[in-house]
Ligand binder design. Structure first.
Ligand code: BTN
Length: 272
């Protein structure tokens, strides 16, 4: 498969071409690591690195992200905000809304969101992971720099995986061409980021909630050291915190450093 061609991508970005500065690499360790290095050297907001292959792709919670060159779209986008990171509550959820909007705009069916920032594909009664988002923030006196790494499975990944996985080709009759796909996603994620600048996550909350895969479903929340927390997933609040109805009342989960599993049986939760 040939690499993403930045000139061709510009034609797909249309009037927004000037907002993004895209570099396409055959291989790198991780598009996010490479972008972090370039950000340190002063790369402008809107810089995008897309790589055909990553030798050390990174996922959330220290996991690795594997994708075969022909079977995935892996890229990172640099953005900057004027305020501190504390004003960016819900940012990762906003990126999920942007990504879902971009895919749906091309005609994808069955795209759903899972807190804090997984993109799932509805498959019958269940869901399989379609894409992952890794957000890395750094703040200083001038504001907050955000590196947004996105990995989309174009084909269903092969092999043993910790959770069911899907390919974007399963969401379309005919999978869109990769330049068209990347352009649509960049534009939609860019719009979501602008919306966060103006309204915070609040302006996107309803859109997130409408696509929420596990709304009102029993879930188990796993943090590294704690015992799993069982509850009913009530969705998110205006700051993007997960609302979990547990035995001891509604808990507001802020940390993204947890993993969420749907469970088959309804836990004992007293409805308030
Ligand atoms: C996750 O679901 O754990 C997040 C996965 C994020 C993977 C993408 S691929 C492009 C970018 N570069 C990386 O090393 N990671 C992100």
């Amino acid at each position: 498969m040939t690499l993403i061609d930045p000139a061709l991508l510009k034609t797909r970005l249309g009037v927004l071409a000037g907002r993004f500065d895209v570099d396409s690499l055959a291989e790198c360790d991780s598009t996010s690591s490479e972008l972090l290095r370039r950000a340190e050297r002063g790369a402008p907001a809107g810089t995008v690195i897309v790589a055909d292959q990553q030798s050390a792709g990174r996922g959330r919670r220290g996991r690795q992200w594997f994708s075969a060159p022909e079977a995935g779209l892996t890229f990172s986008l640099l953005w900057r905000f004027n305020g501190p990171a504390s004003q960016l509550a819900g940012l990762s959820l906003a990126v999920g809304v942007g990504l879902a909007r971009g895919l749906e705009g091309l005609g994808a069916q069955g795209v759903c969101l899972k807190w804090p920032n997984d993109i799932l594909l509805r498959q019958g009664d269940g869901f399989a992971k379609l894409a992952g988002i890794l957000i890395e923030l750094a703040s200083d006196r001038r504001g907050t720099q955000v590196v947004i790494g996105i990995g989309i499975n174009l084909q269903k990944p092969a092999g043993d995986l910790p959770q069911p996985a899907a390919g974007l080709n399963q969401a379309f009759d005919v999978l869109p061409e990769r330049h068209e796909l990347l352009a649509a996603v960049l534009v939609a994620v860019g719009e979501a980021l602008e919306s966060v600048t103006v309204d915070g996550f609040f302006g996107l909350k309803n859109e997130w909630q409408v696509r929420h895969a596990w709304q009102d479903q029993p879930v188990q929340l796993l943090a590294d050291e704690a015992t799993p927390l069982l509850g009913i997933c009530l969705g998110v609040d205006n700051d993007g915190a997960l609302l979990l109805e547990t035995e001891s009342g509604i808990q507001r989960i802020l940390s993204g450093d947890v993993s969420l599993r749907r469970i088959a049986s309804t836990p004992e939760v007293r409805r308030l």
